[in-house]
Design a protein around this ligand. Structure first.
Ligand code: ARG
Length: 462
């Protein structure tokens, strides 16, 4: 007989049971469920709704159940549907009929919302650490490559030479925003819904603040209907997680490109690559492709969750049971991708010579030459046109800008004397960039120091 089976004449069919049960995945909430129930029964005793002895008995029984679960000594019963009913059934077996008091002034609706919030709060903290590990790997590489020059691209065409550290620090900043989003989402997750009961509260003199304090929640729900039907925190997390994945995916894509023979900018550690079953020479960037590919999952879960919610009337509906698999899967995917990326970044070797040579191609210092002419009093438009004609001249004869004869430079403008030649080297071009947040070595060194400080503060505050 179901624990809620009083009004039902016949036992439900097996097929329906299989279709509706969530124990196959929500067993993962056992820790949170037990913690939440312990706080709930303690509060019931404080409020005089049950006796202290009854509460102690249930708290101890729940503790034993936790240990049984962790020693794999329990059997999940699909007949009991979900983690909440399974644990209640186990408690009944452990402490007898007093277990029937555990669910006083509570519903599975506020219970499941509580479990999910506790779960996500913990996972956000773990994922924030995972993001910090990727950031730290980026900083370590950036520290080694302040003076490594690579082509900076727009439209994937060579634009201007930049410092490799500057490029890597761009990802640091992206992940820094991810950290802020996760922290922000954590604030709204950190609100206890327990005490909302089914949807309208209860006639018992409960104390939701007491339960929240025991579980270290910063806030308590204000509207009981909202408390049991709100899954905004799941959506927010999936959205923040999607952006984390998008950032990892962009970096993965760059490393895939850079590891190709055409670029040859990086040598990936063998451990994170794979071979081909037919082509003996292959060393494929499998792990990076999988990070890129798995991004689709998290974005998919975000879309799935929004779709589940969009037509839901208040308050609890069984549709909400669909939140868990999405959330669990997204957390797991994020965790493994963050861990893989941190290790891939740390073990990647940058082929600095090859990067510098590539930076010299594509007339990457043309902007510098135009800026030089502006310094000599020309308007930027005129300077742009003149340098453009020099590029065309060089290109038609298969030369680089610094291979042009001085007569050819003079032919375009008498201002283009010998001294402008030194601007044509990529090293000089990078050094010239003195503006805030730019790629000049002074700016990059400062940015790196600031990033290191931010990361240290973050790690210290967690
Ligand atoms: N297994 C359910 C879920 O995951 C728990 C809440 C069920 N509540 C109910 N009234 N059927 O959402």
């Amino acid at each position: 007989m179901k624990l809620w089976g009083g009004r039902f004449g016949t036992a439900g069919g097996r097929a329906a049971e299989r279709f509706t049960a969530s124990i196959g995945f929500d067993w993962r909430l056992y820790r949170e469920d037990i913690e939440g129930s312990q706080a709930h029964v303690r509060m019931l005793a404080i409020q005089g709704i049950i006796t202290r002895e009854e509460s102690d008995l249930m708290v101890a029984g729940l503790e034993e159940i936790r240990q049984d679960i962790e020693r794999c000594q329990v059997e999940w019963r699909r007949e009991d549907e979900d983690i909440h009913m399974n644990i209640e059934r186990m408690l009944l077996a452990k402490v007898g009929p007093v277990a029937g008091k555990m669910h006083t002034a509570r519903s599975r609706n506020d219970q499941v919302a509580l479990d999910l919030r506790l779960f996500l709060r913990r996972r956000i903290d773990e994922l924030a650490t995972g993001v910090a590990h990727v950031q730290s790997a980026l900083l370590a590489q950036a520290g080694d490559h302040i003076h490594t020059i690579m082509p900076g691209y727009t439209h994937l065409q060579v634009g201007q030479p930049v410092s490799l550290a500057h490029h890597l620090l761009a990802y640091f900043d992206m992940l820094e925003r991810d950290q802020e989003r996760l922290a922000d989402c954590r604030r709204r997750t950190d609100v206890s819904p327990l005490g909302a009961c089914a949807l309208g509260g209860t006639s018992f003199p409960i104390d939701p603040e007491e339960v929240a304090a025991q579980l270290d929640f910063k806030g308590v729900f204000s509207n009981s209907i909202d408390a049991v039907s709100d899954r905004d925190f799941v959506v927010e997390f999936l959205a923040s997680g999607s952006l984390v994945m998008v950032h990892l995916s962009r970096l993965a894509e760059e490393l895939v490109l850079w590891s190709s023979q055409e670029f040859g900018f990086v040598e990936l550690d063998e451990a994170w690559t794979g071979g081909s079953s037919i082509m003996p020479q292959k060393k494929n960037p499998d792990s990076l492709e999988l990070v890129r590919g798995k991004t689709g999952r998290v974005i998919g879960h975000l879309t799935g969750m929004l779709t589940v919610l969009k037509g839901l009337p208040l308050a609890y509906n069984s549709d909400l049971q669909e939140d868990k698999e999405a959330l669990f899967a997204a957390c797991d995917t994020l965790e493994e991708c963050l861990s893989a990326m941190a290790q891939i970044i740390a073990t990647t070797i940058f082929c600095t010579e090859r990067m510098a040579r590539a930076a010299e191609k594509g007339y990457s210092t043309a902007t510098e030459l135009a800026d030089f002419l502006v310094g000599q009093g020309l308007t930027f438009r005129d300077a742009h046109a003149m340098v453009g004609s020099l590029v065309a001249l060089a290109e038609s004869s298969g030369r680089s800008l610094d291979q042009l004869e001085k007569e050819e430079l003079w032919g375009v403008s008498p201002l283009l004397g010998e001294e402008c030649r030194r601007l044509l080297s990529v090293q000089a071009a990078v050094k010239q960039k003195r503006s805030r947040g730019g790629t000049g070595p002074t700016q990059v060194t400062q940015a790196l120091a600031q990033a290191q400080l931010r990361l240290e503060q973050r790690v210290r505050s967690t």
